[in-house]
Design a protein around this ligand. Structure first.
Ligand code: DGJ
Length: 713
């Protein structure tokens, strides 16, 4: 480790990206570059470059890694804090910078405000993913009220032209929103204690001309499952300034003397390879954060989830019969969803009482679990530990354990209240309950749900309890993971309400959406894949008509849409026709065949003309390509699908593995593709495009592309 001399450029270099800061004596470093990889040697210092504009301070104030407040910086402040209305300005002076390999640590003291600021920039050069956290420590003698602390302040260049972000609600997650860069500011905020259905707290900024396959794109996501702020403001110097951090409620962050507040981690990346490049970087960063049982991902087992097939209507004999049918189909994990515990016959009661219902399961869950295991499947169980129904034994015993605001009418949502996970005794109780279940029963998997917002998150002392709730949930998950490291956990929150890089450190799958209509899922899953890799994406084949939308879809289309994710079945197979059962069995076998190529691999998303969308999984040597048509074609001939990433591959063999809903009279080339395959050049596929067979509305074609040195197939 070494102290850089004054005017030193600090460079973190990845494969394709660089971060360059300029160190200054006794000041926070200044941003010089975050973007495509550069060699900064020889770059003039800012002092030599910047002129003093009119009507500004005599001293130049370029953008630092943590702009101050009330002391000259014009950029949005990285820290807003005060002591009873005083000590409200912030300007770091005593600055120390260390670089050790791919990590830069900055510490700075403000002796006037009596606080210390620390920042850590950690680059994973293999995937160009930057992780940034910031800490503030109260070095004064009175409490410091922190209103805002940015996890990171990042520059976006003036070449940026647009933003891509997501909104969403229950059953409609990941609604893509594109808009021009803001003339003033763009802000996304969550104040209800949960990640929410708009997906991870993240945003993408695109350089002019950038798109799916090329151009420089910047992306961030906050690794946090609670309140958040993302803000992009126009800089007076040109370009924009991006900040992200935790949204703190009034009074939520009061640091006693000596105490420290650390922000959630911000993941930031940029890529010259467009949106797909950024998503691939994110996928690699997320993969590095998943703690798989045994240290490595095992093939993602096919699920059967009981929810939409049975809802609360549990009966041991019927569920055993369901397990028999699931095993015959080729299912590998049987997940018993909501409805199994004492008195849980609808959503009005019983949350909190985590013992099996004696009427539905007279001998407990043991017989069903063993029945499942005897059929070669693993057994999974649904829980919603953070919640309690007022009509429950737990609430009757401990009404004070629910979050509530004294003096205000208590609000229920889905008839439930939120337990105060800020209280150690609540966490201990929940740990005891869950640990007991896991110790008594052969449970290999928990589906961990969270079905309401935290509208009244007031903790024990009447203070805001949002952050304590997130940390409490993390702590409970961490304790359970430590006690039962072989158990996988699925993060669910009324579908996709808690999909983020914070919870994934302690979980292994996301439930993407309660909407399993395949048409809806086409867009929801593309949004998911912008941030998260496919092996974490719970994707189920549901009933037709779909419960969320009422639409009917063929078995083939439903299965083809679920195929690239972590595949599951969420229906009662007894309700299927013989033909549907056979079809489902074929797709399930196909999933088992292909998952090894799809999971853990790179993903490219793309669009062709006439409403066709595609996604490719694998690497440039071997790709599984899924082409989907949602709607009836408007053109007479199917569009060509350009695959730009293949431009540099000499020759590929293209095989058509499967189609659903193909039109009549398939031309001869596709018959050949279904057999030995067709040998074509990568440049042909990239520039001219892959021809498609005729496809009807709501259909899919699955191709396999293998690089080959020979021109023959
Ligand atoms: C919401 C989840 O998203 C569903 O999959 C299901 O588990 C229900 N909760 C059960 O109450």
């Amino acid at each position: 480790m070494s102290d850089p001399p004054s005017c030193t450029l600090i460079h973190l270099a990845g494969r394709a990206c660089s971060l360059v800061l300029e160190a200054r004596p006794d000041r926070l470093p200044v941003w010089r570059h975050w973007g495509r990889r550069v060699s900064p040697e020889g770059a003039p210092s800012l002092g030599e470059l910047r002129s003093r504009s009119s009507f500004s301070l005599n001293e130049d104030r370029p953008l630092t890694t943590a702009p101050g407040f009330g002391a000259g910086d014009m950029a949005p402040a990285a820290l807003m804090a005060h002591r009873d209305g005083r000590d409200f300005t912030f300007e770091a002076t005593g600055v120390h910078i260390e670089q050790a390999g791919d990590v830069v640590r900055i510490s700075a003291d403000d002796t006037v405000a009596e606080l210390r600021l620390e920042q850590e920039f950690r680059l994973d050069p293999t995937c160009d993913s930057l992780s940034v956290v910031t800490r503030v420590t109260n070095q004064g003698t009175a409490p410091l009220e922190v209103l805002w602390l940015a996890a990171a302040t990042l520059p976006l260049p003036a070449t940026c032209a647009s933003l891509r972000s997501y909104t969403g609600r229950h059953n409609a997650e990941f609604v893509e929103r594109d808009e021009p860069m803001p003339a003033q500011a763009w802000r996304r905020e969550r104040r209800d204690g949960l990640t929410g259905h708009s997906g991870p707290p993240g945003v993408f900024a695109l350089d002019a001309g950038a798109g799916r396959h090329g151009g420089t794109v910047y992306g961030v996501q906050l690794a946090w499952s609670g309140n958040c702020v993302l803000e992009i403001s126009r800089s007076e110097d040109g370009g924009w300034i991006l900040q992200a951090g935790e949204w703190l409620a009034p009074g939520e962050m009061r640091l006693a003397p000596g105490e420290t507040y650390e922000t959630p981690e911000l993941l930031a990346t940029c890529s010259p390879d467009g949106l797909n490049g950024v998503s691939q970087n994110f996928h690699a960063a997320i993969r590095a954060r998943v703690g798989w049982p045994g240290g490595a991902m095992r093939p993602r087992q096919v699920h059967l989830n009981s929810w939409e097939g049975f809802y609360f209507d549990h009966d041991e004999a019927r569920l055993m019969a369901l397990a028999d049918r699931a095993a015959e189909l080729g299912v590998e994990r049987f997940v018993l969803d909501d409805g199994w515990f004492r008195g849980r016959n609808d959503d009005t009661s019983a949350l909190g009482d985590w013992t099996p219902d004696p009427v539905k399961y007279p001998h407990g869950l043991g017989p069903l679990a063993r029945h499942v295991l005897a059929r070669g499947m693993t057994f999974g169980l649904w829980v919603e530990p953070e919640m309690v129904n007022p009509d429950s034994n737990l609430h009757r015993a401990h009404p004070e354990w629910a979050l509530q605001v004294a003096g205000r009418a208590r609000q229920t949502a889905r008839n439930q209240l939120v337990l105060d996970l800020g209280r150690a005794e609540v966490r201990d109780h929940l740990f005891g309950q869950l640990d007991g279940l896991l110790a008594r029963l052969p449970i290999g998997y928990l589906k961990w749900d969270h079905n309401r917002r935290l509208t009244q998150a007031s903790g024990q002392e009447g203070r805001p309890g949002f952050r304590a709730q997130v940390l409490g949930a993390y702590d409970l998950l961490d304790r359970l993971r430590a006690a039962h490291p072989e158990v996988e956990i699925e993060a669910c929150a009324a579908g996709g309400g808690r999909i983020d890089a914070g919870i994934i450190r302690r979980t292994h799958r996301f439930w993407t959406s309660d909407n399993i209509d395949a048409l809806s899922r086409l867009t929801i899953q593309r949004g998911f894949l912008a941030f998260m890799p496919p092996e974490l994406m719970g994707a189920h084949v549901g009933a037709s008509p779909a419960h969320a939308t009422g639409r009917r879809q063929s078995m083939g289309f439903r299965a083809a849409v679920a195929l690239p994710g972590h595949f599951g079945v969420e229906l009662d197979p007894a309700a299927l026709s013989a033909e549907e059962t056979e079809d489902l069995g074929t797709w399930l076998a196909r999933y088992r065949d292909l998952r090894g190529h799809i999971h853990g691999a790179r993903v490219w998303l793309g669009e062709a003309a006439d409403g066709v969308v595609w996604q490719a999984h694998g690497d440039l040597e071997h790709l599984i390509l899924l082409v989907y048509r949602a709607d009836f074609p408007q053109d007479r001939q199917p569009p060509l699908v350009r695959l730009p990433m293949l431009a540099g591959v000499e020759r590929l063999r293209v095989r058509l593995l499967a189609t659903t809903g193909q039109g009549p009279r398939e031309p001869a080339a596709f018959t050949a593709m279904r057999g030995e395959g067709l040998a074509v050049s990568g440049s042909w596929l990239a520039q001219s495009g892959l021809p498609l067979p005729p496809m009807t509305a709501e259909s899919c074609a699955v191709f396999e592309l293998t690089a080959t040195s020979s021109s023959k197939c």
